[in-house]
Design a protein around this ligand. Structure first.
Ligand SMILES: Nc1ncnc2c1ncn2[C@@H]1O[C@H](COP(=O)(O)OP(=O)(O)OP(=O)(O)O)[C@@H](O)[C@H]1O
Ligand SMILES: [Mg+2]
Length: 290
């Protein structure tokens, strides 16, 4: 089922207008990446789609349901169909990895099964299989506070894959991973959404990963959509304008330049030559001080 935002705006509690005039249609099985400079509103938009924030104006339907006009029971059922991958997974530090993974299905299980699972994990094999896709099968019984930030982020992704939601929302899901792991983890996420026909909406700081893995890109700046296009139609000029407030430097994950269609090559030093387009290489940890 589709999700749709029409003329949506969001004003935070302190009066700050974080999003305005957002219109977006996300079809079943579609993959969309939202990119834009820090503070553009990517997390706010993801939280609106996850029904964690209520829009201040406009219309919103998630998987065909308006979360703000349904009963508490319907809202719970809707949320069980949405899987959110947070930049820092909200997992209690002392929780074991297996419990964190199995919690992905709590919204689908009857209460007795959830309670049993707290006492003794009900699906060890299933949790191990999903962790193996992220090279973490041997960490199944570790406590989450014994994991590195990158390992914890992969547990957060594995948990949502275990959940098998109809809509996956990912807010900078690979920001703590090195380029090789980030690419592999996004590949798993994309493969899972394709195989199950789930929609995938991801905010990404790394432009190269967005271009590689997503067929549609939404550019967000100062709370407004500045373009919403098939990836093949996103030009270097559009990207540089989107990141103008960050000096026009395009944040990427990889060390090597990314090639776009038909334009001018820009090397890591920012020098342009004719023939090919490449994104200036700026590791986002340097550019954002992470
Ligand atoms: N709870 C809040 N109360 C007030 N203002 C907020 C709140 N959350 C976010 N904002 C503001 O809304 C704007 C958008 O924030 P948001 O976190 O959505 O941006 P972002 O694109 O995800 O940025 P980043 O790339 O740094 O994660 C920012 O100016 C931020 O300061
Ligand atoms: Mg954010």
């Amino acid at each position: 089922m589709a999700s749709e935002l029409t003329g949506v705006g969001l004003t935070h509690g302190n009066g700050f207008r974080a999003l305005q005039r957002i219109s977006l249609h996300l079809a079943r099985g579609e993959r969309v990446a939202v990119i834009g400079p820090s503070g553009a509103g990517k997390t706010s938009l993801t939280r609106l789609l996850g029904s964690a924030l209520r829009p201040s104006d406009g219309r919103l339907e998630i998987l065909g349901v308006n979360p703000w006009q349904v009963s508490a029971g319907e809202l719970r059922r809707l949320r069980a169909r949405i899987g959110t991958i947070h930049q820092v997974p909200p997992i209690p530090p002392r929780q074991r990895v297996i419990t964190a993974i199995l919690a992905g299905r709590l919204g689908h299980w009857p209460a007795w099964k959830g309670l049993c699972s707290l006492l003794y994990p009900v699906d060890i094999a299933g949790a191990q299989a999903v962790l193996a896709r992220f090279d973490l099968a041997d960490r199944l019984f570790d406590r989450c506070d014994r994991l590195s930030g990158g390992q914890l982020q992969r547990v957060g992704i594995a948990r949502v894959l275990y959940q098998q939601p109809d809509l996956i929302l990912a807010d900078e899901p690979v920001s703590a991973l090195d380029p090789t792991l980030a690419d592999a983890a996004l590949g798993e996420l994309v493969a899972d959404s394709e195989r199950r026909g789930a929609s995938l909406f991801a905010s990404l700081h790394a432009v190269d990963l967005a271009l590689k893995w997503f067929p549609r890109i939404v550019g967000l700046r100062a709370g407004e959509i500045v373009f919403d296009l098939p990836t093949a139609r996103v030009s270097e000029t559009m990207l540089r304008e989107l990141y103008a407030t960050e000096g026009g430097l395009l944040p990427t994950q990889a060390q090597t330049p990314v090639t776009l269609r038909d334009a001018t090559t820009v090397d890591a030093a920012g020098a342009a030559t004719a023939g090919q387009v490449a994104i200036a290489v700026v590791r986002f940890d340097t550019c954002r001080g992470r």
